[in-house]
Design a protein around this ligand. Structure first.
Ligand code: MN
Length: 329
């Protein structure tokens, strides 16, 4: 799928004040693609702010070393501060639920909205959609946009875009990794991304709390349906006991599908303000995004997630039953 970037190009020709945002609980793709887009727009001479609905997880602080790029919505920035913005660029999401506390502001945003995304699930966000569901990351799309708009990729942008692609492909081992992925990565390294440094910053700066939380998560692993399903849960007490924070759960769901014979893996995480965030991964072609849409979730075929309002004791059995049924159990 190739995207026609003319709508973005026209917005850039017409308007000057941009705001870029991405999803709640931002991951490497959300933050890295935002960094890339901010760089693109600034090189076009635009006045750009990057406003996020969640705080930057400490793991990703290297993408914003001065702490001046990502502004936290609701504390550092209020809707009044954004009243002069003409264009809103939304990256790596296509669902209202992924906007968290920014959703109401986005709904009432009077300017132009454009979504640049690779997720299958889609709400009507009242936006121009620049979408390619075959792309491995939103960071890939921002890289392509830079090409289309003839904007050079700075070393800073390259660091963000490579982080985005690396994290959304599981460091180039998920099925979405293609020859073109590696060509894009080669280009980003040529543009100044330091792949070894990014890996080290992401993988060798764990907090003790995150490692202890990993231990708790592994301890809580259970299997069902003769080992075809594996799941684990993280409770609020786990965070407290281990001294970890919710962003420390990133990628822990991957442990569930690392067990031999597991076709579907899930991780259930109690949220600080109630309810459950769940992630699901499939290794047998099961469409996770479709399955989890019954719970208001979405994502990709092999990887999806949902936010569930009910407590763990109620939501876990419901989702588990649905997955069992989908596997013919
Ligand atoms: Mn993504």
């Amino acid at each position: 799928m190739s995207i026609d970037w003319t709508p973005l190009s026209s917005l850039i020709e017409t308007y000057d004040k941009f705001v870029v945002t991405s999803h709640v609980r931002p991951d490497g793709d959300a933050l890295g693609s935002t960094l890339g887009m901010v760089g693109l727009l600034r090189q076009k001479g635009k006045d750009v702010r990057a406003v996020m609905t969640s705080r930057t997880p400490p793991r990703y602080d290297f993408l914003d070393p001065d702490g001046t790029l990502f502004e936290h919505f609701g504390t550092a920035v209020t809707p009044a501060d954004l009243a002069d913005r003409e264009v809103l660029v939304i990256l790596d999401l296509s669902a209202w639920s992924q906007l968290g506390e920014m959703a109401d502001w986005v709904r009432s945003f009077p300017g132009k909205r454009v979504v640049i995304d690779h997720h299958v699930s889609q709400d009507d966000l009242g936006a121009i959609f620049l979408k390619d569901t075959t792309a491995e990351a939103a960071g890939t799309l921002v890289t392509r946009a830079a090409h289309a708009l003839k904007v050079p990729i700075t070393p800073e942008m390259a660091m963000g875009l490579l982080t985005a692609i690396a994290m959304d492909t599981g460091w180039f081992h998920h099925p979405n990794t293609t020859p073109q992925t590696l060509r894009t990565v080669a280009e980003l390294i040529e543009a100044g991304a330091k792949i070894d440094e990014i890996y080290r910053l992401l993988s060798e700066r764990n907090s003790l709390g995150r490692l202890k939380l990993m231990g708790e998560t592994l301890t809580s692993l259970q299997t069902e349906l003769n080992g075809r399903i594996a799941y684990a849960s993280v409770t609020r007490e786990d965070f407290e006991r281990t001294g970890s924070i919710p962003p420390d759960t990133e990628d822990l769901v991957d442990f569930t599908v690392s067990i031999r014979g597991v076709e579907v893996g899930m991780l259930f995480i109690e949220q600080p303000r109630g309810g459950i965030k769940m992630s699901i991964r499939s290794r047998n072609g099961l469409d996770c995004a479709k399955l989890i849409s019954a719970f208001g979730g979405g994502g990709h075929k092999a990887a999806a997630g949902a936010t569930l309002p009910d407590p763990l004791s109620e939501s876990l059995p419901k989702v588990l039953a649905t997955v069992k049924a989908a596997l013919g159990g």
